[in-house]
Design a protein around this ligand. Structure first.
Ligand code: A3P
Length: 324
């Protein structure tokens, strides 16, 4: 790949020879955002994130006390990181103190992204993270490191309706790589998304793997949706807290955390409006509209229907549906 992008994940400078050899044997597609994406264990990845996944699979040792947040990209990662960071640290960092780390640090720097960290710093020592370790990944269930599947660590999976997720990724990509994405028609991107040949895709398989895992093992995987989080944030945050073993007794605490982590609050903070993460992504790129159903300003009715039809085909019989 020869992208002039300033974002680490869009470059291929840190690939090992082993990964380069593997990549040469994988199915590939001309990509949007990056020149090529590769299919590994059923999912399509950029070279950089594939490198991160391979290193993570090889080296990451999960602990029973770990909490791992999982979702497709642009499905509420930033929000979920903030909420869960605030809730597990609520005694160490009371929101009422007015000195919360989220007020001065972007959520992505408080909760490491497994495959991103393994790409940027393959020797990073995860054992230095405070207890309980809180991390996130976009990996499919199939690609999770064995120790994550075999330990008693907790997985919180957040799904977002595919039209909003696609639109969010579309705008994020344009911000990350304006030149590379400028001439790519949205019709072509929707087609590739629905075929599953899109960064991190197929969206629906990713969701279904975790959906079934949550039904099979409800103590291990909690399935939440961005839409429910929006509709009844306090209820969902309490459900997450119960699941990870730190339920709330004080109503006030929940309310304060929800307020601190709201789109309105986080997106106004200086730390989330200015500056870049070490991987080159501008912190404000993670805060756009934060709405449910916002897809309608970007997708035509006919493109929305193409995504809806795919969702009906893929989710038929699973018990999963979206109302927006
Ligand atoms: P939009 O692009 O639809 O606005 P991720 O964090 O997985 O990258 O997802 C980014 C999406 O979540 C963006 O959606 C962003 O605006 C939204 N988002 C970020 N912080 C949020 C928050 N605190 N509450 C609700 N949505 C949030």
């Amino acid at each position: 790949m020869s992208s002039p992008s300033s974002v680490d994940y869009l470059r291929d400078e840190k690939l090992t020879q082993e990964t380069r050899d593997l990549i040469s044997s994988l199915p590939s597609e001309k990509g949007w955002l990056v020149s090529k994406i590769y299919q590994f264990q059923g999912c399509w990845h950029t070279e950089a994130l594939l490198q991160g996944i391979l290193t993570c699979q090889k080296h990451f040792e999960a602990k029973d006390s770990d909490i791992i947040l999982v979702n497709n990209p642009k499905s509420g990662t930033t929000w979920l990181k903030s909420l869960v960071f605030a809730l597990i640290n609520r005694h160490k960092f009371p929101v009422s103190s007015g000195k919360h780390p989220l007020l001065v640090t972007n959520p992505h720097l408080l909760v490491p992204f497994l495959e991103g960290v393994y790409y940027e710093s393959p020797d990073f020592d995860f054992s230095v993270l405070p207890f309980p370790r809180l991390m996130n990944t976009h990996m499919s269930h199939l690609s999770l490191p064995e120790s994550v599947k075999n330990s008693s660590c907790k997985i919180v999976y957040c799904c977002r309706n595919p039209k909003d997720m696609f639109v969010s990724l579309w705008h994020f990509g344009k911000k990350l790589a304006p030149q590379e994405t400028a001439d790519y028609p949205i019709e072509k991107a929707v087609e590739a998304f629905c075929q599953g040949k899109f960064i991190g895709g197929p969206f629906w398989d990713h969701v279904l793997e975790y959906w079934y895992a949550s039904l099979e093992n409800p103590n291990k995987v909690l399935f939440v949706t961005y839409e429910e989080l929006k509709k009844q944030t306090e209820v969902e945050v309490k459900r997450i807290a119960e699941f990870i073993g730190c339920g709330f007794t004080e109503e006030e605490e929940v309310r304060e955390i929800v307020k601190l982590c709201s789109f309105e609050s986080l997106s106004k903070l200086e730390v989330n409006r200015q500056g870049k993460l070490p991987n080159g992504i501008e912190t404000n790129a993670f805060f756009r509209k934060g709405e449910v159903g916002g897809w309608s300003d970007t997708l035509s009715e006919s493109l929305a229907e193409v995504i809806d039809r795919t969702t009906e085909d893929k989710f038929g019989g699973s018990g999963l549906r979206f109302s927006c």
